[in-house]
Design a protein around this ligand. Structure first.
Ligand code: KDG
Length: 356
């Protein structure tokens, strides 16, 4: 059952903004109120507890999505399913949390696809630079045939994959100097996710990349172990990277999705009606998270500027220099990822661009 993104992507944020301001240092950013829960109550046998772990902090869009998931599941199960949220990598980073699901010691997590390429090589397609010019094109692929097939393929190795979310477009930050062209990266030590394609991207651009878990990143930036990193604006703010990074460049170089995973051991114990409830809640969480992330993106970039961060906005010509410099990455990774998958996605993106 796949529905096209546009029909499902009804605005859930509306105008209601709650004054959630205390969470991040430069926060004028207000999180939208959680939408009301729609759908009937679900009756099934047994009581269940879901521990849901993520790596980003409680002041990000990802956590706001989890709060909506919690609200839906607890209300529609009449409290027979309890959901406990663990942000900030309290229960481990993306790889550790995913292993805990396989071991059955944790019920749910929502990692980025990038750190899991070692388990699911196809996920590397999302690490290709400048693949999605607009987020709606990523939605169309993730919510379409390709994305649904990937969820089925990732429902293996002790895991059940039930939905997508948005980490977002990645932006470069550093503590040394403004970056406007690849040459400015010469000698800069850039932290990347634990992902060989990302290492290739920054090596190809002339930087000195090093892979590291997200959980270790703030300290590594603070202590100067690395000069820079790249993440979406909302993660840069919610993780307070602006407190240890003076410069940013709006590169939008990669769109990273989140994937919602459940422990297969837990899933197999869950009655079918509750499985359907959890899957529906995961879909609604992903849609809402995308909307929060996109609604707040520009506001947060402004907050970071107001907090003193020097943000370089690249001209289309400057972006093209980065794109052209990275084109060889597509050739180098074609066989490993699968030429057909890359072509199918690029064709879908092209069609969407032609319809604009
Ligand atoms: O658990 C948090 C990570 O999924 C996410 O933030 C990954 O973008 C990421 C990074 O830079 O590690």
């Amino acid at each position: 059952m796949t529905t096209t993104t546009t029909t499902r992507f009804v605005s859930v944020v509306g105008g209601a903004f709650l004054g959630l301001t205390a969470l991040s240092a430069s926060a004028a950013t207000e999180m939208p109120a959680l939408p009301d829960v729609t759908g009937d109550k679900v009756q099934a046998d047994g009581d269940f507890k879901i521990k849901f772990s993520i790596g980003t902090t409680e002041s990000g869009a990802q956590y706001r999505g989890l709060q909506y998931f919690e609200k839906i599941v607890e209300q529609r199960s009449d409290g027979h399913i309890q959901v406990d949220l663990f942000p900030g990598a309290q229960l481990g980073d993306d790889r550790e949390a995913t292993s805990a699901l396989q071991a059955g010691t944790l019920e749910m997590t929502m990692p980025s696809t990038s750190p899991l390429v070692n388990m699911f090589p196809q996920f590397a397609v999302f690490d290709l630079p400048f693949l999605f010019p607009q987020p709606e094109m990523a939605d169309a692929v993730l919510d379409g045939e390709i994305g649904q097939q990937m969820l089925e393929d990732a429902s293996s190795q002790g895991l059940v994959a039930i939905g997508w979310g948005e980490n977002g477009y990645r932006q470069l930050t550093n503590s040394q100097h403004p970056v406007e062209k690849p040459e400015d990266l010469d000698g800069l030590k850039i932290r990347t996710m634990e992902n060989d394609l990302h290492l290739d991207i920054w090596r190809t651009l002339g930087a000195n990349p090093t892979p590291m878990s997200f959980a270790e990143l703030f300290t590594a930036l603070e202590q100067g172990v690395v000069d820079g990193q790249e993440n979406p604006w909302i993660t840069i703010e919610s993780s307070k990277f602006n407190e240890v990074q003076d410069y940013a460049t709006e590169t939008n170089h990669v769109y990273t999705p989140f994937i919602t995973l459940v422990s297969a051991r837990f899933w197999d114990r869950l009655p079918e009606d509750y499985q359907a409830l959890v899957r529906d809640a995961a879909t609604k969480m992903g849609d809402y998270q995308r909307e929060v992330s996109r609604t707040l993106n520009d506001q947060i970039k402004q907050d970071l500027k107001d907090s003193g961060m020097q943000i370089t906005e690249l001209s289309p010509e400057q972006v093209k220099v980065f794109q052209d410099t990275l084109e060889p990455v597509y050739k180098d990774w074609r066989d490993q990822i699968g030429g057909e998958l890359i072509d199918d996605i690029r064709e879908q993106v092209q069609q969407a661009q032609e319809q604009e």
